[in-house]
Ligand binder design. Structure first.
Ligand code: UDP
Length: 351
């Protein structure tokens, strides 16, 4: 099987490619503007990497050719950080919606199957205890809260694919990640405040000797899923030969790893304090946790989601998938990665 991954150097793309090469005999065709996260696999003969940009015409030709040649395409290029939804909502619309729509239309044209990353954000402020892919309502805030542009872009793409499936027999499967965490999530040295996902924000805070900041007291809850669990599920979806996943939507999250952001900060702090590298270097003596208002942290266009729990019944029943990695293990593995990262070692040396 030939798998085309656009955004192959991203958090999901890089882990997925690694797993495909390790556990299957498939070939990966990947495009990305960067290659720092795929250095371990770039020389694999079944990994065909091209440096390129999904928004550039020259690269669009390569994309079209490979959509035609490949069995399945995963359009993973998107902005997925809440701070950007607020600061640059148009950039989110152009990349996440317009560019991906072009890709989906090409897949429709060549009858190539699409496995598409929707988002748990589509459920917005849904009040269901556990969000169900086929029953839960989507509850988004007003237009002047531009945080919802991401959710809205993804939702419309989900609906467009659904419509192509309904009217034109287009083959697709949609997955909705719930706060996936793990190594290579975000670059903690280049992101500005609010510029990365909460865990990488906290790890970056600690490594830069800054306090971790709890937006609105950190009472909001999220279910965190370790990347390896997510990738296993995704690989099963991609490898579905029977067509059973066609036209289906899957939540991919871990309902057991459901904690408040305050609890997350406290667990992160505990792991750092106990970590052998921190103990031996003595670089971090005290880790503070502070409260901050959403207005100061994100700006006027923000509105938060207070809880977000997936129903994973469908992934269990159809794919036989179950997330296995608990929150502390997931946090430890992620923190280990960022501590072992060369940039941190260099920082230690430079101090
Ligand atoms: N958050 C926080 N401090 C930070 C970054 C985020 O308290 O430094 C909060 C944010 O307001 C949200 C939650 O953590 O309620 C998760 O944020 P994230 O950006 O990871 O993504 P989301 O789950 O909201 O899409």
């Amino acid at each position: 099987m030939k798998v085309l991954i656009l955004g192959v150097n991203g958090f999901i793309g890089s882990h997925l490619s690694e797993n495909i090469l390790k556990t299957t005999d498939w070939e990966v065709y990947g495009l990305d503007v960067e290659s720092n996260k795929i250095s371990d696999i770039v020389d694999n003969p079944r990994f065909n990497f091209v440096k390129g940009d999904v928004t550039v015409d020259k690269d669009k030709e390569w994309i079209e050719h490979n959509i035609k040649e490949c069995d399945v395409v995963l359009p993973l290029v998107a902005i997925a950080t809440p701070a950007t939804y607020i600061k640059n909502p148009l950039k989110v619309f152009e990349l996440d919606f317009e560019t991906n729509l072009e890709i989906i239309k090409k897949a429709v044209k060549y009858k190539t199957r699409v496995v598409f990353p929707s988002t748990s954000e589509v459920y917005g402020m849904c009040t269901d205890e556990a969000f169900d892919e086929d029953k839960s309502n989507f509850i988004l805030g007003p237009t002047n809260k531009q945080r919802w542009i991401y959710s809205c872009c993804k939702q419309l793409l989900d609906r467009v694919m659904w419509a192509y499936g309904f009217e034109k027999d287009f083959k697709f499967t949609i997955f909705r990640p719930y706060n996936w965490i793990g190594p290579k999530l975000d670059d903690i040295y280049t992101t500005k405040e609010g510029g990365s996902r909460v865990l990488t924000q906290f790890i970056g805070n600690v490594l830069k000797n800054e306090p971790m900041k709890l937006v609105n007291g950190g009472h909001q809850k999220r279910c965190f899923l370790y990347i390896d669990d997510g990738i296993k599920c995704l690989t099963k979806i991609i490898g579905d030969k029977s067509g059973v996943t066609n036209g289906m939507i899957f939540n991919i999250g871990n309902p057991k790893n459901n904690v408040t952001i305050r609890e997350l900060a406290s667990r992160v702090r505990k792991i750092f304090y106990k970590h052998p590298i921190i103990k031996s270097t003595n670089l971090i003596k005290k880790i503070d946790i502070e409260d901050v208002s959403e207005k100061i942290f994100y700006g006027e266009g923000y509105q938060d989601v207070s809880f977000r729990v997936p129903s994973i019944k469908k992934a269990r029943d159809v794919l036989g998938w179950e997330p296995l990695i608990g929150l502390d293990a997931a946090l430890r593995k992620t923190i280990d990665y960022y501590l072992a990262d060369n940039k941190f070692s260099r920082k230690v040396v430079n101090k």
